[in-house]
Write a protein that binds this ligand. Structure first.
Ligand SMILES: [Zn+2]
Length: 137
């Protein structure tokens, strides 16, 4: 006896923590030597469009990453997201709706990480102009 059922304490956010004092998440704007995020889960895998869930290796804060191939140029963006934002994103049924909802999430944030086709991985303070890299399909 004494065997209690083990409960996962996940509540839809994947158990992510959030620490405002994280030196990785608070990296100053400018080039990043490497992505400090680890891949957690794929949410969308299409031929040209990808949405993935990541978390900070230092503090566990959740990030959403979108990446897409626009005329053979590969762009990627990452933004910090909250647990409710992840839950809302999961509720979209179609991969296409999920992708565009993720694009809206990225465009709605200020601070983001960008990996442009021919540029350095960079932390940017300011809204992502995702459309610059999006093909009109
Ligand atoms: Zn962090």
């Amino acid at each position: 006896m004494g065997n209690r059922p083990r409960h996962e304490t996940r509540s839809g956010d994947g158990g992510f923590g959030e620490r405002k004092d994280c030196s990785a998440c608070n990296h100053p704007a400018g080039p990043l030597n490497a992505l400090y995020l680890e891949h957690v889960e794929s949410l969308v895998r299409k031929m040209h469009e990808f949405v993935d869930l990541y978390r900070c290796r230092e503090c566990g804060t959740a990030y959403i990453g979108i990446s897409f191939d626009a005329y053979d140029d590969f762009w990627a963006y990452w933004v910090m997201v909250s647990a409710p934002e992840i839950v809302a994103l999961r509720e979209f049924e179609s991969r296409s709706d999920k992708f565009w909802a993720a694009v809206d999430l990225v465009k709605g944030k200020g601070r983001h990480i960008i990996s442009p086709p021919n540029g350095p991985l960079e932390m940017v303070d300011g809204q992502a102009s995702v459309c610059a890299g999006l093909a009109p399909w």
